[in-house]
Design a binder for this molecule. Sequence first.
Ligand code: DC
Length: 217
Amino acid sequence: MKKTVAIDGPAGAGKSTIAKLVAEKLGYIYIDTGAMYRAAAWKVLDAGVEPTDENIVDVTKKCDVRLRFVGDAVRVFADDTDVTESIRTPEVTALVSKVAQLGPVRAKMVELQRSMAKDGGVVMDGRDIASNVLPNADVKIFLTASIEERALRRWKEMKAKGYEEPMEKLAAEIAARDKADSEREISPLVRVPEATLLDTTGMTIDEVVQKVMALCG
Ligand code: DC
């Protein structure tokens, strides 16, 4: 039987790297829910409107956010624009927590996410997957790491994309995003009691993948 695997955790914990590799090994589809909120934030910036709650909701409601297969790879689309790379800029990252706090935005994304997971065979990562999107997921994992390690990982990731940002700035941004994601009213980042806690500080990607694969049994 094809399972549903939910991986939640804070920014920079390695969720997308691990979820993608595990999905590949299992022959499942990887669904990056953060990318969907990022696509909405990108659309707001692209529309050039002031990012008030009202404008964000208005732009998001009209935007067709979609994850589509192009060849073997999943690409992120906002309407007809492929935004897979452009949703990773510091500008989008700075706006996305605000976008993800809004009830109507979340309602739209959660509906899309549930429909993508309805037949199983998915590994979905985010903040509220086990607690809200897929409360009946077969496997629930909460992935985390120390803030220093998460800042270092983000720094390497950004550097590879050509952005040189001071480590302290990245650590401060991650801490701010942790706070915003954990303290928001609607579907905050929480570890549900039944989720397995995996602290990946000091672990290699291979080691984490092996642990997750064992949990997927
Ligand atoms: O994982 P990420 O950094 O790409 O996520 C981008 C933002 O979206 C992050 O600030 C939290 C939010 N998010 C969310 O609220 N719920 C999800 N299921 C996934 C991401």
